[in-house]
Design a binder for this molecule. Structure first.
Ligand code: FES
Length: 123
């Protein structure tokens, strides 16, 4: 699952394998259904809150690199629409909705820890 209900979880700064937990922002920084662009190390991530769920996806569209933080959100379908060519991606699993054969957008598992939005990102 790539979303987080509003619940507390223990934060591990680093885990085994290829997963690393990284603070993206605070929950109070987010506005419902408005993507927030966050820079973590040398990558850009879009953080999206929809009601009680939080999603984190790559901020670059896998098609032609448009900034997904400028995309529009469908709260009902849990999707983001790319601002450039209007491809729609699932916020849940990153799949390109209209054309499943196209590359997916990367998604990151998100948890909350005392108001901090934490994502599992790779090395
Ligand atoms: S750049 Fe996003 S759909 Fe083309």
């Amino acid at each position: 699952m790539h979303s987080a209900r509003f619940r507390r979880k223990k934060l591990n700064q680093a885990c085994g394998g290829n997963v690393m937990k990284q603070e993206l922002c605070r929950i109070t920084d987010l506005v419902d259904a408005v993507p927030k662009l966050v820079k973590v190390d040398n990558r850009a991530i879009a953080v999206i809150q929809i009601e009680a769920d939080i999603y984190a996806i790559d901020a670059r569209c896998p098609h032609w690199d448009a900034i997904m933080a400028s995309g529009t959100i469908s709260k009902k379908r849990r999707e983001i629409t790319c601002p450039m060519h209007r491809f729609r991606y699932s916020l849940v699993d990153g799949a390109c909705v209209a054309s499943p054969s196209r590359p997916s957008i990367a998604t990151y598992a998100v948890t909350l820890d005392e108001g901090r939005v934490i994502a599992d990102i790779g090395p």
